[in-house]
Design a protein around this ligand. Structure first.
Ligand SMILES: Nc1ncnc2c1ncn2[C@@H]1O[C@H](COP(=O)(O)OP(=O)(O)O)[C@@H](O)[C@H]1O
Ligand SMILES: [Mg+2]
Length: 266
């Protein structure tokens, strides 16, 4: 592991499509806006979305020096590395554990990240062997779990938390995404859950904040200009700034691992 990276923050989720990459990307940029040196590693080899979220063109690839060092792509003065940069035409890959491990090790050791205060890692969704070995391979300072408010997602969340617990990765807390849609008249809790967030506290989890469903956030992801960059004064961007501040504070004070009482899963 590169000695010049001070903190590695993993962004995980129990399942795909909950906005893990959206949170990882905007969190990284929000940390950057707080004045830190930040890099972003997309380890979601099954569905890398960082190339699209940063508007990376098909032919744009990291370069390799004679000494076999990989120069990451840069966006907004932030180094980026993604499996998606190495694939042709968004081809599908079937990776097996050892190959994947090797690839990740390369991403961490061979990539010239420079000096970083934070490396944000977008983990693959789910809690299979792959995710567990990733969590073991990368010395993570802490993990953030992203979820939507649905109960079914909560089951996935508990699985994701257990995974970090098993691998001794400190859990920084939960981010609830797609919490509601703000219509002119009222908030619509499309995925349930509602305003009361005690369901997280009941599990002993730190609740790091809610992010509503928002057209601009989705467009930002699709057009390759993340909301935090496109509209830094927007309420959504300010929520990401708040998340970044909480994570910085929590990493400063955290010395122990998780101590959670979770309901058992079958
Ligand atoms: N808060 C949000 N508001 C609107 N769209 C969102 C929000 N969060 C995520 N999305 C959109 O939902 C889709 C899935 O998000 P993504 O971050 O790719 O999820 P994951 O990485 O968990 O699979 C993307 O099209 C993204 O732009
Ligand atoms: Mg993703």
């Amino acid at each position: 592991m590169a000695k010049n990276i001070k903190n590695v923050i993993a962004v995980g989720s129990g399942k795909g499509g909950v906005g893990k990459s959206t949170v990882a990307v905007n969190l990284a940029l929000a940390l950057k806006q707080e004045g830190f040196k930040v890099g972003l590693l997309d380890s979601d080899i099954y569905g890398p979305s960082i190339p699209i979220m940063f508007g990376i063109k098909e032919g744009e690839k990291p370069t390799v020096t004679k000494e076999n060092r990989i120069t990451p792509l840069m966006r907004y003065d932030m180094p980026l590395m993604s499996m998606g940069f190495l694939l042709q035409q968004r081809e599908a890959v079937i990776w097996r554990g050892p190959m994947l491990g090797k690839m990740l090790q390369q991403f961490l050791e061979q990539v010239d990240w420079g000096d970083l205060d934070y490396l944000v890692v977008d983990l693959p969704p789910g809690t299979g062997d792959v995710q567990i070995s990733l969590a073991q391979m990368i010395p993570l300072s802490g993990a953030v779990v992203v979820t939507t408010p649905q109960d079914v997602a909560m089951v996935d969340v508990i699985r994701a938390i257990r995974m970090f617990e098993m691998t001794k990765v400190p859990l920084l807390g939960i981010v609830e995404n797609m919490s509601y849609f703000q219509a002119p008249d009222q908030k619509y809790y499309i995925f349930g859950g509602g305003e009361d967030k005690s369901r997280y506290q009941k599990l002993g989890l730190s609740f790091l904040g809610e992010f509503p469903l928002e057209v601009e956030t989705r467009v930002g992801g699709d057009e390759g200009i993340p909301i935090v960059v496109k509209a830094p004064q927007s309420t959504q961007a300010k929520r990401f700034a708040g998340l970044a501040k909480q994570i910085v504070a929590s990493l400063k004070t955290r010395t122990t691992g998780n101590d959670l009482e979770l309901p058992s899963l079958h």
